[in-house]
Design a protein around this ligand. Structure first.
Ligand code: HPA
Length: 277
């Protein structure tokens, strides 16, 4: 689907942080919640976590928030929700991810993360559905992201802004996640541009350069979250073994179906991890 609506982020002279501040003000106005503590982006398969977290205070269509882009895909929920967790913390649940492959540029990709930071959130939880490279992994398995390799050749940072990415995926938060589920394995996430899946040779390249997970999101968002000073936790649902590792061709339907099947279990896990953060 193409988005023909004007987006203020497309004006190169506009300040993306000012637009994120406007978006945060929209969320405060539409939800009645002044500040959020934690933000969570829901990728394929993770959609049900929100309901388990607590009481939904507001569900806002993403297109009512300044700078947000209408989602390109069925199966991706185009809303931002404000949830009050059982312990009283406010969780901003972003179900409206803009992918790099949609071609709207990296400012739009990271706008939700910058907006989350502008709402006050100090922790950014990024989730996705992805292909697995480690031979011990099975479709339906959630894994932690320990680091990333950004293969988009792009960055959300503009100008001479030399942000450090050491320990980008917080060891502290990963430890907390493992205290909830000690069986959680972890791996290095490679963000490809997409929207085509990787070729088997590209999957082998990813493996050789140190990757374990292949996908089309998250790394650019994590960089923007670090720039904004947030602590980051990343989860991938392994929806399939990566191209050439699994012997059958990949399909979007397979990815969605794996997400559907894993959803109850991983959503419960995610809700318990967020409670523990
Ligand atoms: N590659 C890239 N993105 C994906 C995959 C994959 O194998 N599975 C789900 N999203």
């Amino acid at each position: 689907m193409s988005d023909i609506t004007m987006n203020p982020l497309d004006d190169a002279s506009a300040d993306p942080f000012a637009i994120a501040a406007e978006a945060a003000a929209d969320i405060a106005r539409l939800s009645g919640v002044e500040r959020h503590d934690i933000a969570l982006t829901l990728g394929s398969g993770w959609g049900r976590a929100a309901e388990l977290l607590g009481e939904t205070i507001a569900t806002i269509p993403a297109t009512d928030i300044t700078g947000f882009t209408r989602p390109a895909l069925d199966g991706h929920v185009g809303t931002v929700r404000s949830i009050r967790a059982r312990d009283g913390r406010h969780v901003l649940v972003i179900g409206a991810r803009t992918h790099y492959y949609e071609g709207y540029g990296v400012r739009r990709v990271v706008h939700s993360v910058r907006t989350a930071a502008a709402t006050g959130a100090s922790i950014m939880v990024l989730t996705n559905g992805a292909g697995g490279i480690k031979p011990t992994w099975q479709p339906g398995q959630p894994v932690l992201i320990s680091d990333h390799i950004n293969l988009t050749a792009d960055s959300p940072l503009e100008g001479a802004n030399f942000v450090d990415l050491t320990d980008l995926y917080s060891p502290r938060l990963r430890e907390i996640a493992r205290s909830v589920d000690s069986s959680l394995d972890e791996g290095v996430y490679c963000q490809f541009r997409g929207p085509h899946y990787e070729s088997p040779a590209e999957v082998q390249m990813a493996r050789i350069i140190g990757g374990h997970i292949v996908g089309m999101s998250t790394a650019l968002e994590a960089i923007a979250a670090r720039e904004a000073g947030m602590e980051i936790l990343g989860f991938s649902l392994i929806t399939n073994l990566a191209a050439g590792i699994q012997k059958t061709p990949l399909s979007h339907e397979e990815v969605i179906e794996a997400g559907r099947q894993a959803e109850p279990v991983i959503s419960d896990l995610l809700a318990r991890v967020i409670e523990a953060l």
